[in-house]
Write a protein that binds this ligand. Structure first.
Ligand code: NZQ
Ligand code: ZN
Length: 383
């Protein structure tokens, strides 16, 4: 096991009716900016619950943060925060709103070109504190220090992370899941499953606690998926989905293990260039990553096959073939199409991504084993 340091400061307030607990956790006297997305919260009652809980607080609203939050939109909020002396940010939404709010928190005091937060991974010495009311289980952003920001004007998408942008607290009321459209639930299930894979399917370095924890989260996501994809899911399935997605990327799996993240890095390019949903890009890329990196990931692929899908029959190569098919079938069972050709993306997209990785000098994945050539091979296998 590798050396590690671990600290997760985010308080989780989980359960039915917990949005009402906002006021217990916020200080009066602070100027608050409440951020949200395209308006789903106004249709499903979350906005009303938040406003009720914030009665008597000094709140400025900033709506319109897009899925894959855009740098230019977020900079408008940064400007307002600076003008009005905002002291606390409250994100009400999914990963995009929470990520966008983390960027705002990191940018308000930043001296210089704020895009450097993404390209040079710099944040200001002082970031605004933030909290969240989660409306969409998927990214784990509600309990992690990461954010992914898009810039449509240049067709780029980059991430940054800092312990300074962990939410102070996050409210997770599983009843928000009732209004999520099926397509977004599918994206959330695929995304959270692949978060676990990125921290698990690397090389075997004797980390049984992390591995069993990861397998437990993956098995829960597989078992829960069909129950939450129905039109009227039951409360417990929504609760299990929500907590699985948080646990998939709240830093509990990653201490002491080697991590991959190449599927995400490639997926971000597909979103930036083709506008595909995050969960869709990962479902396209992951079977290719498993196939092209099968030698390097052999031990963990066999462990994954046995412990997550119960596949033990056949030669090692046959088992690996079977588990790659089983993984892709899981994404298809969510209703996600898993080939680039399903989205009219062809060789020109593969070449564009290859050229970008060469230009950036990126060797990604655990130990940098996914070279630009491997990236090209992964994507070519998914045409
Ligand atoms: O914008 P609104 O109107 O709120 O609608 C959203 C949006 O259209 C809707 N939605 C959310 N909650 C809802 C709902 N609709 C009905 N009822 C509800 N309760 O769902 C749509 C998608 O929302 P979004 O926030 O974009 O989804 P998600 O949570 O999947 O976030 C995706 C973003 O997170 C990044 C992705 O790259 C992408 O930009 N990621 C962030 C990570 C992190 N911070 O650690 C890790 C991930 O790997 C990921 O990269
Ligand atoms: Zn993700």
């Amino acid at each position: 096991m590798n050396n590690f340091e671990f600290q997760n400061p985010t308080k989780i307030i989980f359960g039915k009716g917990t949005i009402a607990k906002l006021s217990e956790n916020l200080y009066k006297g602070e100027k608050i900016m409440m951020t949200y997305g395209g308006g789903s919260i106004k249709k499903n009652g979350v906005y009303d619950q938040v406003k009720k809980a914030l009665e008597g607080y000094d709140v400025t609203e900033f709506g319109g943060i897009e899925p894959n939050p855009d740098f230019d939109t977020l900079m408008k909020a940064v400007k307002i925060c600076r003008q009005e002396g905002i002291g606390f940010l409250l994100a009400v939404g999914g990963g995009s709103v929470i990520d966008g709010t983390k960027f705002i928190a990191a940018a308000v005091e930043y001296k210089g070109d704020e895009w450097e937060i993404l390209t040079k991974k710099k944040v200001a010495n002082e970031c605004l504190p933030l909290a969240s009311v989660l409306t969409m289980p998927a990214t784990g952003s509600e309990m992690n220090p990461n954010a992914v920001i898009s810039r449509r004007s240049t067709k780029e998408k980059f991430d940054f992370g800092s312990p300074k942008v962990y939410p102070v607290f996050s409210i997770l009321d599983p009843e928000v899941v009732y209004s999520i459209p099926k397509r977004q639930k599918a994206n959330g299930l695929a995304d959270s499953f692949i978060h676990v894979i990125e921290q698990y399917l690397t090389d075997e370095i004797n980390t049984p606690i992390q591995d069993r924890w990861a397998e437990g989260v993956m098995k829960t996501i597989i078992e829960t998926a069909p129950k939450v994809l129905v039109d009227k899911p039951d409360y417990d399935s929504c609760a299990n989905y929500m907590w699985s997605a948080t646990c998939a990327l709240n830093m509990f799996i990653s201490p002491g293990v080697n991590q991959d993240w190449s599927t995400h890095m490639i997926g971000h390019e597909l979103t930036a260039i083709c506008g595909l949903d995050h969960g869709v890009t990962l479902s396209i890329v992951l079977p290719g990553t498993m196939q092209i990196m099968r030698k390097e990931k052999k031990t963990k692929l066999l462990m994954y096959a046995k412990n997550v899908f119960g596949i033990t029959q056949g030669s090692e190569d046959e088992i690996i073939d079977k588990v790659i098919v089983a993984t892709e079938d899981f994404f298809k069972s969510l209703g996600i199409k898993t080939r680039l050709s399903d989205y009219n993306a062809g060789e020109e997209v593969v070449n564009e991504i290859y050229n970008r990785f060469v230009k950036r000098g990126w060797n990604i994945g655990e130990h940098g084993i996914v070279t630009p050539e491997k990236v090209k091979a992964i994507l070519t296998s998914r045409l």
